[in-house]
Design a protein around this ligand. Structure first.
Ligand SMILES: [Zn+2]
Length: 146
C-alpha cells in the first residue's frame, strides 16, 4: 500500500486535489479517495471503500460506483440508473456510526453510517447498514439495509 500522505499523483494538483476529501476524513482528496477513483490504488478496508463510494457520489463518478458494486448484486441497469439520478442529489455530510470486520484480512465487512444530502432543495438523511464483500481480492459493495 502506498504511503497515504504521499500518494502517487496521476494529474497536476488542482483545487479538487488540494481541498479536503468529501468523505470527511480530514485528509486532502489527493491523499484520501482520489487514488481509488483514479484506479491507482485499491481500498484495504471496507470502510475505505465505503468512504470512497460516498466521495464518488459526491463527485458523481458513476463508473466508480458501478465498478465497486459486487457482481452478485449489480443490477444490469445500474449505470443508466446512476446516470439518471446521480445529478439530483447533493451530498453534504458523512458520519460513520460503527463498523465490523472489513479489515485487510477479512472477506466481508459491515459499515453503518449516516449520510446527509439535499434533493430538490430539501434536506434528507440516509441511515444505512452496508455490507461489503471481496471479489477477486478487492472490496466491493454488496447490499444495504436501511
Ligand atoms: Zn476520502
Amino acid at each position: 500500500m502506498n504511503d497515504p500522505l504521499n500518494p502517487p499523483l496521476g494529474k497536476p494538483s488542482g483545487p479538487r486535489e488540494l481541498s479536503l476529501c468529501p468523505c470527511k476524513s480530514r485528509e486532502t482528496y489527493a491523499a484520501c479517495c482520489q487514488p481509488f477513483h483514479l484506479g491507482q490504488a485499491k481500498p484495504d478496508t471496507a470502510l475505505q471503500l465505503m468512504r470512497s463510494r460516498y466521495s464518488a457520489y459526491f463527485f458523481r463518478l458513476a463508473d466508480y460506483l458501478v465498478s465497486t458494486t459486487h457482481p452478485d448484486t449489480r443490477e444490469p441497469d445500474l449505470k443508466s440508473h446512476l446516470d439518471q439520478t446521480i445529478h439530483q442529489t447533493n451530498w453534504c455530510f458523512l458520519t460513520i456510526i460503527t463498523m465490523s470486520k472489513g479489515g485487510p484480512d477479512d472477506k466481508v465487512g459491515k459499515v453503518e453510517f449516516v449520510a446527509n444530502y439535499f434533493a430538490d432543495g430539501q434536506p434528507y438523511e440516509l441511515h444505512e447498514r452496508s455490507r461489503f464483500k471481496r471479489y477477486k481480492g478487492a472490496w466491493k459493495y454488496l447490499d444495504a439495509k436501511g
